[in-house]
Design a protein around this ligand. Structure first.
Ligand code: TMP
Ligand code: ASP
Length: 236
C-alpha cells in the first residue's frame, strides 16, 4: 500500500491517502493540545504510544463484536484504516465524575456512578464543541434516530469491554471520548483513537492520573504516565 498525499492534519494526527480509495493512512504525532487548541505542547513518544494503544484496543473490540475502522498497523506511528465519513459527534462515556462533568454540576471528582452516563458534543472547534442531546443531533441532521441508537449501544459495549480490561491491569477507566464513522455502505464503525489522550485512567489503588490530564493540568511526569500505561497494557 502506497502512502500518497496528505489529506488532512489534525491536532494529534495526520491523515494520508493511499492507492486504495477505501483506505487511509493515519500518522500519529507527538503534538499535544488542550482547551480547544489554546494550550500547546509536545509529549515525547506519545504518537507511537497512542498508535499502539489504539490499535490494541480496536483489535480487542473487534473480537468482542464492535466494528471498527482498523485495518493494519504499519509502523510505530502509522496505521491503515478504512475510509469513513466521521459523524461529527464526540461521544463521551463516564463511569466516575471528573473533568467537565465535575465543573458543570459542581461536584467533586471521583464519585463512582451507579451506571455509566453518555453525552454528545457537536464536533466543531469554532463553536467549542457544544454539548447536544439526541433531538439536537436529529434536528441538525448529524445522524438519524437509528444511527444514534447504534452509536449509543456501541459506546456502552466499548465501555464494558474497556472497563473490564483496564481493571485487570490495575487501572480504573474514569471516562473517555469516542468518535464514529460511516463507511461507503453506510455502516457505523468505531473510528479515531482510544488512548491516554482520549481517556481518563486512574491507578486503581493510588488514584494517580495516568493520562493527558497531567498535561492539561500541568501535573508533571506526563511522559512517565504514558509510559506507565504502555507497561500496564503490554508489560513493557
Ligand atoms: P471532559 O471531562 O473534559 O468533558 O472530558 C471527558 C473525556 O473526553 C476525557 O476522558 C477526555 C476526553 N476528551 C477528548 O478526548 N477530547 C476533547 O476534546 C475533550 C474535551 C475531552
Ligand atoms: N485535544 C483537545 C483540544 O485541543 C482537548 C483535550 O483533549 O483536552 O482542544
Amino acid at each position: 500500500m502506497e502512502k500518497l498525499e496528505q489529506l488532512y492534519e489534525g491536532k494529534a494526527k495526520k491523515v494520508f491517502k493511499t492507492d486504495d480509495p477505501e483506505v487511509l493512512l493515519v500518522d500519529y504525532k507527538d503534538d499535544a493540545t488542550a482547551f480547544n487548541g489554546l494550550k500547546k505542547g509536545t509529549i515525547r513518544g506519545k504518537g507511537a504510544i497512542n498508535n499502539r494503544v489504539t490499535n490494541f484496543m480496536m483489535q480487542m473490540l473487534e473480537k468482542e463484536g464492535v466494528p471498527t475502522h482498523f485495518i493494519k498497523e504499519l509502523s510505530d506511528r502509522e496505521t491503515l484504516v478504512k475510509k469513513v465519513t466521521i459523524v461529527p459527534l464526540e461521544v463521551i462515556i463516564r463511569n466516575v465524575s471528573a473533568g467537565s462533568f465535575s465543573k458543570r454540576y459542581g461536584v467533586e471528582e471521583g464519585i463512582v456512578f451507579k451506571k455509566p452516563t453518555i453525552e454528545f458534543s457537536y464536533k466543531n472547534d469554532d463553536l467549542g464543541d457544544p454539548l447536544l442531546n439526541d433531538d439536537h443531533a436529529l434536528a441538525l441532521g448529524i445522524a438519524t434516530e437509528e444511527e444514534i441508537a447504534t452509536i449509543k449501544a456501541m459506546a456502552f459495549k466499548v465501555n464494558d469491554v474497556m472497563k473490564a480490561f483496564f481493571k485487570s491491569v490495575g487501572v480504573d477507566l474514569i471516562d473517555f471520548k469516542l468518535e464514529f464513522g460511516k463507511t461507503s455502505d453506510g455502516t457505523i464503525v468505531l473510528a479515531d483513537e482510544i488512548s491516554p489522550d482520549t481517556c481518563r485512567f486512574w491507578d486503581s489503588k493510588t488514584h494517580e492520573k495516568l493520562d493527558k490530564d497531567r498535561f492539561r493540568r500541568d501535573l508533571g511526569n506526563v511522559e512517565d504516565a504514558y509510559a506507565e500505561m504502555m507497561k500496564r497494557i503490554f508489560g513493557e
